[in-house]
Design a binder for this molecule. Structure first.
Ligand code: XMP
Length: 319
């Protein structure tokens, strides 16, 4: 039986043996897995590692800043931060089909990452935060054997294209073990305990066309929802909670005025692995309070609904 301290020491030795004097590049997604992998690898090989964070502008409020500050300030690990918001938003203009959006984001992500890898003179290894469940369910979270329900966005496809070997120090671990390792490595609790967040980000939480204005509206509403969840002490009881901005407008009334604004859907589920999920049951006054706050505080939204659909038949994300 391993302790996380032993696992950490063993992995560091293993990474050093595998990499030798080679150069490693690691793509950060903003999530826990890639951050833990990067910090562990940095401890093993220091400056032979370059971390690249491709910021597609589809993150939640403050998320990009948290990643950048975790690496630069908390750990003093050099980080290449690519701000590619305009590139991604320009390419998303006019796209409404969920798979078209996912494919554009996945492809563009790889292109930007490759360009950055070239700038630093290439690397011998690509580091990834692949977990054990990713290894065994390598097809997709939702897809059956022959049907792709959603094209998952990760850096799959990069190693072959770039002719690099993989460094995947978390391959034997489950999510809760990665979190324990993250704590062992000194990552802040708020970062380690984060809910999963999909690679394509807010783009798949805005059905229809993604625009900067819609992203900004969604970020504000999502931040209020999560703030209330944290204040109520419910964050850790929930697998994932988020808001979805619908491209539908409805009529409302604010003071003496008629409003005609977007509808927001709130989602929160419990799950053990993301494969199946059940809607979270909030205590009685929670959702009305959040709905009122969002409509009062976020311009552009005048109606809030809650999604009670289980997975299956629904999926966790709306696209
Ligand atoms: P669905 O919506 O398929 O989501 O029920 C299951 C879990 O997977 C996450 N998800 C993704 N994660 N890249 C990711 O890294 C993706 O493209 C992606 N799409 C969905 C989703 O947030 C949920 O946790």
């Amino acid at each position: 039986h391993w302790t996380m301290a032993e696992f950490r020491a063993a992995k560091i030795a293993e990474i050093r043996a595998q990499v030798g004097t080679g150069r490693v590049i690691c793509g950060l997604s903003g999530g826990v897995d890639s951050a833990v992998a990067a910090v562990l690898i940095h401890e093993a090989i220091g400056e032979q590692l370059t971390c690249v964070f491709v910021d597609h502008g589809l993150m939640r409020a403050k998320e990009a800043d948290q990643v950048v500050s975790l690496f630069r300030n908390h750990y003093n690990i050099p980080l290449v931060h690519v701000n590619a918001e305009t590139l991604f938003l320009n390419g998303l203009a006019g796209l409404t089909d969920p798979e078209a959006k996912r494919k554009f984001i996945g492809k563009t992500f790889i292109e930007v990452f490759e360009e950055e890898a070239k700038k630093i003179g290439g690397a011998d290894f690509l580091a990834q935060g692949t977990l054990y469940p990713d290894v065994i369910e390598s097809v997709s979270f939702t897809g059956g054997p022959s049907v792709t329900i959603k094209s998952h966005h990760n850096v799959g496809g990069l190693p072959e294209r770039m002719n690099m070997k993989l460094v995947e120090p978390l391959r034997e671990l489950f999510k809760d073990e990665v979190r324990a390792l993250g704590r062992e490595l000194g990552l802040p609790d708020i970062f380690v305990g984060r809910h999963p967040f999909p690679g394509p980000g807010l783009a798949i939480r805005i059905p229809g066309e993604v625009t900067k204005e819609r992203c900004d509206i969604l970020r504000k509403a999502d931040a209020i929802y999560l703030e209330e969840i944290r204040n109520a002490g419910l964050y850790d009881a929930i697998w994932q909670a988020f808001a979805v901005l619908l491209p539908v407008r409805t009529v409302g009334v604010m003071g003496d005025f008629r409003t005609y604004d977007y509808v927001l859907a709130l989602r929160a589920v419990t799950s053990t692995d993301g494969m199946t999920a059940v809607a979270f049951q909030f205590p009685g006054d929670f959702l009305p309070r959040v709905a009122t706050r969002i409509v009062n505080e976020v311009r552009g939204i005048n109606r809030v609904t809650y999604d009670y659909t289980s997975k299956p038949p629904g999926t966790i994300e709306w696209e």
